[in-house]
Design a protein around this ligand. Structure first.
Ligand code: SF4
Length: 325
């Protein structure tokens, strides 16, 4: 096991109005494996990713409990200066908007070279050569010229490729990719996903793909964790999830996918919106939006349990959902 997260909880603020952004989340990733964390905006998936890097700003945020073990080492128990070395060299993160990763006043080359020099004992020439090689590997034409350009001079797709190069500079074992294709148009999205798959296989790197997009999940990963209102509500292999979603929220997400030839007015939406993390509903967090809710759902929180061999789901009425599907 490369990464094992156990019972991770994160909150923002203090007292009864604190926002419980991540609640008791457990997940694991093997070396070289690609896993997705899926859910709507605001469900806590990006906060989970930032917590793995220990990038939650404190205050107002705070990891209140849990373990984040990377290759057996609990990242929450090591000094911050050691964590800074691990960031970039063992875990790297890429974001939806590359401009948040690049400093607009330095050239792409300066920023890539600085990252190498920060993590490795190497010469300036070697760092320059490594940066240029990686730009070539991520499919950027004329890499020497791009090294001299500023971030705003690159197109959205090129910037995203450059950010992936930045993430891979020090050969991390784990790449966290937070909505890496959301800001791109559809053809560029497909190219970036292909690139991530190629790099993942070539470097035998594990990838945690954080996304709201089930179509991206279908093409990219082996296993999926579905997150709703700060909690994991379902976990399955991707084929099993697509064949038979067990949780009503997952079923709702599938219904929201547009169908080829379907009428526009048939597009399904899950009624309501993700609840405020300062004021989650009692019992199952999904009950105000769930078409199958029964009185028990607002009274008792369902546990995330094995409902099929190798599959986890947090719902009191799984068999009803399966019958409906
Ligand atoms: Fe719906 Fe109840 Fe299952 Fe929650 S526990 S998802 S409210 S059926």
């Amino acid at each position: 096991m490369l990464l094992e997260v156990k019972n991770l909880s994160v909150q923002f603020g203090e007292g009864p109005r604190a926002a419980r952004a991540v609640n008791n989340v457990s997940l694991s990733i093997d070396a070289g494996e690609t896993v997705a964390l899926v859910g709507e905006s605001g469900c806590g998936k990006s906060v989970t990713g930032l917590s793995l890097m220990r990038l939650i700003e404190t205050p107002p945020g705070r990891i209140t409990s849990g373990e984040i073990c990377l290759a057996g080492q609990d990242l929450l128990r090591i000094p911050l200066k050691d964590m800074r070395k691990i960031r970039g060299s063992e875990i790297a993160m890429i974001f939806q908007e590359p401009m948040t990763s690049f400093n607009p006043v330095y050239t792409i080359g300066d920023q890539l070279i600085e990252t190498v020099l920060l993590h490795e004992k190497t010469t300036l020439q070697q760092a320059h050569a490594r940066a240029e090689d990686l730009l070539t590997e991520v499919g950027i034409p004329a890499p020497g010229e791009r090294m001299r350009q500023y971030p705003h001079e690159l197109s959205g797709g090129m910037k995203q490729r450059a950010m992936i190069a930045m993430g891979l500079l020090c050969n991390p074992q784990l790449l966290l990719a937070d909505e890496p294709t959301t800001a791109l148009d559809v053809t560029v999205q497909a190219q970036i996903l292909d690139l991530l798959r190629e790099l993942q296989a070539r470097h035998n790197m594990a990838v945690l793909l954080i996304t709201h997009d089930l179509a991206v999940v279908a093409e990219t990963v082996k296993r999926v964790y579905v997150m709703y209102a700060s909690e994991i509500v379902e976990h399955a292999k991707v084929e099993e999830l697509f064949r038979e979603p067990l949780h009503p929220y997952t079923t709702g997400l599938f219904k929201c996918l547009p169908k080829l030839g379907g009428r526009r007015e048939e597009l399904h939406v899950i009624p309501g919106s993700v609840p405020n993390p300062s004021d989650f509903p009692s019992g199952c967090h999904f009950h105000p939006r769930c078409p199958l809710a029964k009185p028990i759902c607002s009274q008792e929180s369902p546990l995330l349990e094995e409902k099929r061999p190798g599959r986890l789901c947090a719902c009191h009425l799984v068999e009803k959902v399966a019958a409906k599907v």
